[in-house]
Design a protein around this ligand. Structure first.
Ligand SMILES: [Zn+2]
Length: 311
């Protein structure tokens, strides 16, 4: 008697969960550019929804084996999100091809943030979430478990926030020691990349396959080609940039940043270089996003197959 009562109580929960799974499944139909935009918003809510359902579900069921199959289905939602991202990236690749053929009605901008996680990264992430924009974070390992310049900030949380919000996490070497041996040999450089790869994996469970040379690829000089060969063997693509606000050095005012940024935007596909340690960049970020969107750019996180990722 008590058992059947319990079952009757649980049925609506199962139906509800099925409905939610069905709802998430419906989201996967992605046919046009506008849906890329929608993805930028929905993947965040999808992930939050999943985590909430999972927690609620665990609380309700605890040891009940009867529902293990259903739980298993929920566990697959993570995979569903990955599949959704793949579909979006496949579509973005098609958009890139259309743009390159000169037939594009839209343009693409990839916002990238280097040298973090920094104490400002959390604020940058909040702005991106607010504006429903996905970006790419080229991380370094100097902060280890704490954000650079702020030892109180737990950077594990920041790493997780980057990936949980479906931004792309990428490798910018562990040491970033441009003037202290990073480029002394191919092996030294690759070991540094490997070290950061391990750190990212330990923090996020994600194996990144996109890398940016500290200082840009030209900094590697005659080691550039042998390094690229090794990176290719390790499954990495690498990216420089096509636009920036100049926050890597000497930036003094918002006006200066804004002028440098707007002057550098003149191509149909842009990779924009920023640093998430820079207060000026952080202060103009909402305007940067608005400017790009007003000029028909869709803002996407970098993906391995992008034409902007050199292989
Ligand atoms: Zn850098």
């Amino acid at each position: 008697m008590g058992k059947s009562k319990r079952k009757a109580k649980k049925s609506p929960i199962i139906i509800l969960i099925y409905l939610i799974i069905l709802g998430i499944g419906c989201f996967l139909t992605i046919n046009n550019y506008l849906q890329i935009k929608k993805y930028q918003k929905d993947t965040i809510t999808q992930k939050e929804k999943y985590n909430k359902i999972k927690n609620d579900y665990h609380n309700v069921l605890k040891t009940n084996q009867e529902f293990s199959t259903e739980l298993n289905k929920l566990e697959h939602i993570d995979q569903t999100i990955e599949n959704t991202k793949k579909e979006v990236f496949d579509l973005a690749k098609k958009v890139e091809t259309t743009i390159q053929e000169g037939n594009g009605k839209v343009k693409i901008a990839y916002l990238t943030f280097d040298d973090g996680p920094y104490y400002l990264t959390n604020d940058v992430l909040n702005t991106l979430n607010e504006k429903q924009v996905k970006a790419t974070f080229f991380t370094i390992g100097l902060g280890k478990d704490s954000c650079i310049d702020n030892r109180k900030e737990d950077c594990t949380t920041i790493y997780k926030k980057i990936t949980d919000n479906n931004h792309t996490i990428a490798n910018h070497t562990y040491s970033h020691a441009i003037f202290a041996g990073l480029y002394s040999s191919v092996d030294n450089f690759i070991a540094d990349v490997q070290k950061q790869e391990t750190l990212i994996y330990n923090k996020t469970n994600i194996k990144t396959n996109i890398m940016r040379f500290p200082g840009g690829s030209s900094t590697a000089k005659n080691l550039k080609e042998p390094i690229i060969t090794k990176l290719r063997e390790k499954g990495y693509g690498w990216v420089d940039w096509t636009a920036q606000d100049g926050d890597g050095g000497g930036l003094k005012t918002k006006e200066q940043a804004w002028n440098t940024f707007t002057k550098s935007i003149d191509k149909d596909i842009e990779v924009v270089l920023f640093h998430d340690y820079n207060h000026i960049t952080y202060s103009i970020l909402p305007d940067v996003i608005k400017y790009l969107e007003d000029n028909n750019y869709i803002l996407l996180p970098l993906f391995y197959d992008s034409v902007m990722v050199n292989k």
